[in-house]
Ligand binder design. Structure first.
Ligand SMILES: Nc1ncnc2c1ncn2[C@@H]1O[C@H](COP(=O)(O)OP(=O)(O)OP(=O)(O)O)[C@@H](O)[C@H]1O
Ligand SMILES: [Mg+2]
Length: 283
């Protein structure tokens, strides 16, 4: 009995240097729509966030919701296609994207964090000029209301983190005319992390990390290799925006970007409180 308790004490002591290292720092976590679909891991994710916040880390969550958007599009009978991992977003699709991300997924995450004792507050990029974007084409093709971030106003994020709250951000931006834009959540998280000069950006997804051409998890990936890996097809679909935002975040001064499997229980703590970490680090 006492040994089991001492083991618990040892675990806490082991974590101490990491807690010290990260106290006062900003951590941006991109919580992918695929990672969310494991209920048990979703609860442990919320618990991890609350723990990290209570040891003085400023935690900011940006979430995705690809599968949840797809479910609703199917339900209302809207067909959807992708171009290089970006959802082609006509006006009707944009309406669903906004409804699902801001009205459903965001609120579910906020509730889950609050249920386990945290204080989270939901925001979308449209709130208070948080995320201002610009419509883009992908591979020279019109993909509708898909955008990239041009401007981040982090004042409300700072207000929340300084006030002991966890901001949970839905990746819907507005353009210069105030019209909504569908922003890939990785890109939104990357822009927020770069702007806040976050110590770390964690991209929580549904794979153990970036897989190489042989299907093996790469423990590190150099941003200089990303272009080649996209060209030869090693990186495809949703991994492309993830790698682009990682490279940009690193270039902007974010010290570490990690791709982590969010379906594993307590994946965030395993990543933060061990030397080697789990998943893939982009350098
Ligand atoms: N080289 C690669 N290594 C790992 N995954 C890859 C690779 N190339 C493509 N992928 C795909 O990228 C997917 C992850 O991106 P995806 O956009 O689907 O999820 P997400 O970003 O976590 O969720 P959401 O888009 O809802 O926020 C993986 O499930 C995998 O199918
Ligand atoms: Mg994605």
């Amino acid at each position: 009995m006492i040994e089991a308790l001492q083991q618990k004490a040892a675990t806490l002591i082991e974590a101490l240097p990491y807690m010290r290292r990260f106290a006062g720092e900003t951590l941006v976590v991109k919580y992918g729509g695929h990672a969310m679909s494991n209920d048990e891991a979703a609860v442990s994710f919320a618990q991890d966030l609350v723990l990290l916040q209570s040891i003085g880390i400023k935690v900011v969550v940006v979430h995705g919701g690809g599968p949840q958007i797809q479910t609703m599009l199917d339900r209302v009978g809207i067909k959807s296609t992708f171009k290089n991992g970006y959802r082609v977003t006509d006006e009707a699709t944009m309406e669903i994207v906004r409804m699902v991300l801001v009205g459903k997924v965001n609120q579910e995450i906020v509730s889950r964090i609050n249920k386990v004792g945290g204080r989270a507050m939901g925001l979308s990029g449209a709130d208070g000029g948080l995320l201002i974007g610009r419509q883009v084409t992908v591979g020279g093709e019109d993909v509708g209301r898909v955008g990239v971030i041009e401007q981040v106003d982090d004042s409300e994020i700072r207000l929340l983190t300084d006030g002991g709250l966890i901001p949970v951000i839905a990746p819907v931006a507005v353009d210069a005319d105030g019209e909504p834009l569908n922003i890939n959540a990785d890109l939104a998280a990357g822009a927020v992390a770069a702007h806040l000069k976050a110590r770390k950006l964690l991209l929580m997804t549904d794979v153990d990390g970036v897989l190489d051409a042989d299907g093996q998890v790469m423990s590190t990936l150099e941003s200089a290799d990303i272009g080649r890996m996209i060209d030869d097809g090693t990186l495809s679909g949703g991994m492309i925006p993830k790698m682009k935002c990682s490279a940009d975040a690193v270039a902007a001064g974010v010290r570490k970007v990690h791709i982590v499997n969010g379906r594993i229980k307590h994946a965030m703590l395993l990543e933060l409180f061990t030397d080697s970490g789990v998943g893939t680090e982009v350098i």
